[in-house]
Design a protein around this ligand. Structure first.
Ligand SMILES: [Ca+2]
Ligand SMILES: [Ca+2]
Length: 327
């Protein structure tokens, strides 16, 4: 039984995110307000809707975007700049269901709601003061298992099914119908419009790998939603923190399930190694590509560059969502 019905929010106005003021004039920001919030029946969901589920009276979980079913080509062509062999061979994936995906990476504030409810552990890197000051910064420093603690708690608290995205789902929602290196279908000089990577700002402080072609204004992590969204309305799929997914790692895409489900553990040589997707603020542009899957980690590893985004099942067959297809 559902504890609280989902509420829909319209894509108008300001959501009140604490954006860095110097970015307000440069990029498009998250814009959602709860001007119209009302309980609706499941068959009112439409692709692109943004909604939240309540985990206790008056308190809402992450903003979720309804994703349409569709078909896409997963992985990268051999001709793609910066490509690695584990991004192939490309596979046609058909996702014949609607589901919902976190509009943003899970934030410190959202994770701390779970800690306060005794649903999530506190790792070595987290202190309560950090939660208060970090607020809308992406949660990081969690193991894959700890990310599951959050989705398990959110599922119990809302009566809905929250989980990590499969690798195929992640790339589907990140690409959002695009086929290029990045979801704006542009090059590295325009990457700073949509992503917090290792840019001129970071290169000016560190002699490290990075993109010398643009300045995103952030040395480290940025508040979620500081950059323009992708065509599905999702923020920070490229960069900021790299994101845990459900699948274990295999060094090619040959036998990845083509229905959007996660790769079974039995297919993996090392069943506790998980790729992360999207890259982080500390890594060069080539690792921020939609197809990149280099930053694989052990499921128990914590890393300051790794966070996560949640998915939520929608338990009905949507007939109204407009399918996209590039393949
Ligand atoms: Ca940066
Ligand atoms: Ca990210």
């Amino acid at each position: 039984m559902k504890m609280q019905a989902a509420c829909l929010v319209l894509l108008v106005g300001s959501c009140g995110l604490n954006q860095s003021p110097d970015r307000l004039s440069r990029v498009q920001h998250a814009s959602v307000s709860e001007v119209e919030i009302h309980q609706r029946l499941p068959d009112d969901y439409r692709a692109g809707d943004v909604f939240t589920d309540s985990f206790s009276p008056g308190e809402n979980g992450p903003q979720m975007v309804v994703i349409p079913p569709g078909t896409f080509l997963m992985g990268s062509p051999e001709t793609e700049e910066g490509r690695y062999p584990d991004e192939g061979p490309q596979q046609q994936i058909t996702i014949d269901y609607s589901f919902a995906v976190g509009r943003f990476e899970v934030t410190w504030e959202e994770y701390w709601n779970c800690v306060d409810a005794d649903g999530c552990p506190v790792s070595y890197a987290m202190q309560r003061d950090d939660a208060a000051s970090q607020g809308l910064m992406p949660m990081s420093g969690l193991s894959w298992h700890e990310a599951h603690s959050y989705t398990d708690w959110l599922s119990r608290s809302t009566g809905e099914t929250y989980r990590l995205l499969s690798e195929a789902e992640w790339e589907y929602v990140a690409r959002a119908g695009t086929t290029g290196r990045f979801s704006n279908d542009k090059g590295e000089a325009e990457l700073c419009d949509i992503a917090n990577g290792s840019d001129i700002t970071r290169l000016s402080e560190f002699n490290t790998q990075g993109n010398p072609d643009c300045d995103d204004g952030f040395f480290g992590a940025a508040p979620v939603g500081s950059f323009a969204p992708n065509p599905f309305g999702l923020y920070d799929v490229h960069g900021n923190v790299t994101e845990w997914i459900q699948d274990c790692y295999v060094d090619n895409l040959r036998n990845i399930p083509t229905d959007g489900s996660a790769r079974p553990v039995e297919q993996c040589a090392f069943d506790n190694i998980i790729p992360t997707k999207g890259g982080s603020f500390a890594i060069a542009a080539e690792w921020l590509r939609s197809a990149s899957r280099l930053q694989r980690r052990g499921a128990n590893q914590r890393n300051a560059l790794t966070g996560f985004r949640v998915a939520r099942d929608i338990d009905f067959a949507s007939t109204d969502a407009a399918a996209i297809s590039d393949g």
